[in-house]
Design a protein around this ligand. Structure first.
Ligand code: 13P
Ligand code: SF4
Length: 312
C-alpha cells in the first residue's frame, strides 16, 4: 500500500512542484497543499509561483487559469473530467450569439468559465472581488455579467446597477433551499447564517454575511458568534474547524437524502490521482498560444484592479 502523503511530499520536493488547492478539496489534499484558497488567491499564487510544475487540486477552469497566467510552467490537474456546472452553462457559440445582441457593452465574466469565454470578456472577476470590479467602472457603463446569474443579481443589488445577466447557475449552490435554511434558523436562533453569493437570492436575503470562500472563512474566525449555518460546499468546513476548533458549523444540506452540496467535480480529485499526476506529470493542461494571449488580458485586468484596491 503506497503512503500517498509521504510519496507526494517527496516527489514534490524533487521536482520543485507546487500544489495549489481550493477549499472544496477533500481534507487530506488541503492538508498537504502548499496553498489553499479561493479562486482569487489561487490565481495570484499561480501567476507568481517560481515552481517548475503546478499541480492544481481544483477544477478545470482553475487549472486553465493557472496555465494562462503562467504559460511557461507545466500545469497538471489530477482528473481532467473535474469540470464545473457553471462553466458548462456558458458554451462559446451560445455566448458569441448572446454578445452579438448587445453592442457597446463591457463584458465581465466570473472566473468560473472556460478559456474560450475569457477570450470574449473584457474583465474577469471572482466572488472575492466582483463588487469592487463592477464598482471600478463608470456608473453609466453598460455591462454584461456572465455566467452566474445569482452572483450577477447580487452584484446588481449591491451596486444599484442593471447589468444584463447570462442565465447560468452552479448546480451545487443553486440546489440549496430557502425552506431548509429557515428551518435551521428557527432551530438554531443563536447561529449566524453565512452564504456564498452563488446561492439563490432568496437565501442571500436571509444571510448575516455573504462572501467568497476566503471571506466566509475569515468571518467565522473573527466573528464572536459560536455557531454558524454554512450555505456553500462542504469542503470549506475543514478549514473553518481547523481555524476555530471551539466553534460549531452546521452545513445546509441539499435535502435529507443526498449530499448534493458536495461538488462532484471538486471531489473527483483523490490522493491517488494527485500522486499519479505529480509522478507522471499528466494529465497536462495545454492551450493554443493565441488563446493564452487573449484570455490573459481580462484576467490581468482583474489582478491589476484587485492590487490597486488592496484586495490582494
Ligand atoms: P471562491 O472560492 O472563489 O469563492 O469560489 C467558489 C467556487 O465556486 C469555486 O468553484
Ligand atoms: Fe463549479 Fe459549483 Fe463546483 Fe464551484 S461548486 S466548481 S461553481 S459546480
Amino acid at each position: 500500500m503506497i503512503d500517498f502523503k509521504k510519496e507526494i511530499l517527496a516527489i514534490k520536493k524533487q521536482k520543485n512542484a507546487v500544489i495549489l488547492a481550493h477549499y472544496y478539496q477533500i481534507p487530506e489534499i488541503q492538508d498537504l497543499a502548499d496553498y489553499v484558497g479561493d479562486s482569487l488567491g489561487l490565481s495570484q499564487q499561480a501567476a507568481e509561483t517560481d515552481a517548475d510544475l503546478i499541480v492544481f487540486a481544483g477544477v478545470h477552469f482553475m487549472a486553465e487559469t493557472a496555465k494562462i497566467l503562467n504559460p511557461a510552467k507545466k500545469v497538471v490537474l489530477p482528473d481532467l473530467k473535474a469540470g464545473c456546472s457553471l462553466a458548462d452553462s456558458c458554451q462559446p457559440n451560445d455566448f458569441k450569439a448572446f454578445l452579438a445582441k448587445y453592442t457597446d457593452y463591457t463584458v465581465i465574466s466570473y472566473i468560473n468559465c472556460s478559456a474560450a469565454i475569457k477570450c470574449m470578456s473584457d474583465i474577469i472577476c471572482t466572488s472575492g472581488n466582483a463588487l469592487q470590479i463592477v464598482n471600478s467602472l463608470p456608473a453609466d457603463e453598460k455591462i454584461i455579467f456572465a455566467p452566474d446569474k445569482n452572483l450577477g443579481a447580487y452584484i446588481n443589488k449591491m451596486s444599484g446597477r442593471d447589468m444584463i445577466l447570462w442565465d447560468g447557475v452552479c448546480e451545487v449552490h443553486n440546489i440549496l433551499k430557502k425552506e431548509k435554511i429557515i428551518e435551521l434558523k428557527i432551530t438554531n436562533p443563536d447561529a449566524k447564517l453565512i452564504a456564498h453569493p452563488e446561492c439563490d437570492a432568496a437565501i442571500l436575503e436571509l444571510a448575516d454575511f455573504i462572501g467568497s470562500t476566503t471571506a466566509l472563512l475569515a468571518y467565522t474566525r473573527k466573528n464572536e458568534a459560536k455557531r454558524f449555518i454554512v450555505a456553500t460546499e462542504t469542503g470549506i468546513l475543514h478549514q473553518m474547524k481547523k481555524e476555530s476548533p471551539d466553534k460549531e458549523f452546521i452545513i445546509v444540506p441539499a435535502d435529507e437524502t443526498c449530499s448534493c452540496n458536495d461538488c462532484a467535480f471538486m471531489k473527483m480529485n483523490t490522493m491517488e490521482k494527485l500522486y499519479l499526476a505529480l509522478k507522471n506529470e499528466k494529465p497536462e493542461i495545454t492551450l493554443p498560444q493565441d488563446v493564452i494571449d487573449q484570455a490573459k488580458k481580462p484576467i490581468i485586468r482583474m489582478l491589476d484592479i484587485s492590487k490597486a484596491l488592496g484586495l490582494i
